[in-house]
Design a protein around this ligand. Structure first.
Ligand SMILES: [Fe+2]
Length: 188
């Protein structure tokens, strides 16, 4: 298997991203999901929150929202660098979110139905991404580069440090074939 996290040759203006993300996080209250939506459905009445967390209903095996519905940039945050980044993004994407992982927290072990692209906004060397059965601990540095993550494998992110970890998260419009979902990988 290939490495599940790949650094791509796309670089963005990290200081501009950091400034804008900090401003948004200072003005928007977060709930337990710790996410702020940056893309939204047309005419959404709740553009900051609609579509955050999981949009796949595991019990009924269907999407609550389609990725392809998130076609607009959130009107609450228009006119800055994040909107420009979204407009110029080099891949077809659905949801675009700010994802905060507070100190001393991890996500449940899960898989996603589409690849995810990441830009680390604020992070530190004690935050990791782990894949089930894979002994490697991965860290995405805040270097302005875009990283692609293969999320069809069971994975989690862990913040074992003292400060929050904040990533920009972009969901690919291209979903995985069913046969790839839920594998447990060693990537050596
Ligand atoms: Fe995930």
């Amino acid at each position: 298997m290939n490495r599940p996290i790949e650094k791509l040759n796309y670089n963005f203006e990290l200081p501009l991203i950091q400034k804008e993300v900090e401003e948004i996080l200072n003005q928007v209250p977060l709930d337990s999901d710790q996410q702020v939506m940056l893309s939204c459905r047309p005419n959404s009445s709740a553009p900051n929150t609609e579509g955050k967390g999981s949009i796949y209903d595991k019990q009924n095996k269907k999407y609550i929202f389609q990725q392809s519905e998130f076609t607009e940039f959130n009107p609450n945050f228009r006119g800055g660098y994040l909107e420009k980044l979204w407009k110029e993004f080099p891949f077809s994407i659905g949801r675009f979110r700010i994802a905060v992982l507070p100190r001393h927290r991890c996500y449940s072990l899960h898989m996603d139905r589409e690849p995810r692209f990441h830009i680390a906004v604020f992070t530190h060397e004690r935050s990791f991404i782990l894949f089930e059965k894979d002994p490697q601990w991965y860290h995405i540095p805040a270097d302005g580069f875009l990283y692609k993550m293969e999320t069809c494998y069971f994975h989690t992110a862990m913040n074992a440090g003292f400060d929050k970890r904040v990533h920009l998260l972009f969901d690919s419009l291209e979903s995985y074939p069913e046969s790839l979902l839920g594998q447990k990988g060693r990537f050596d």
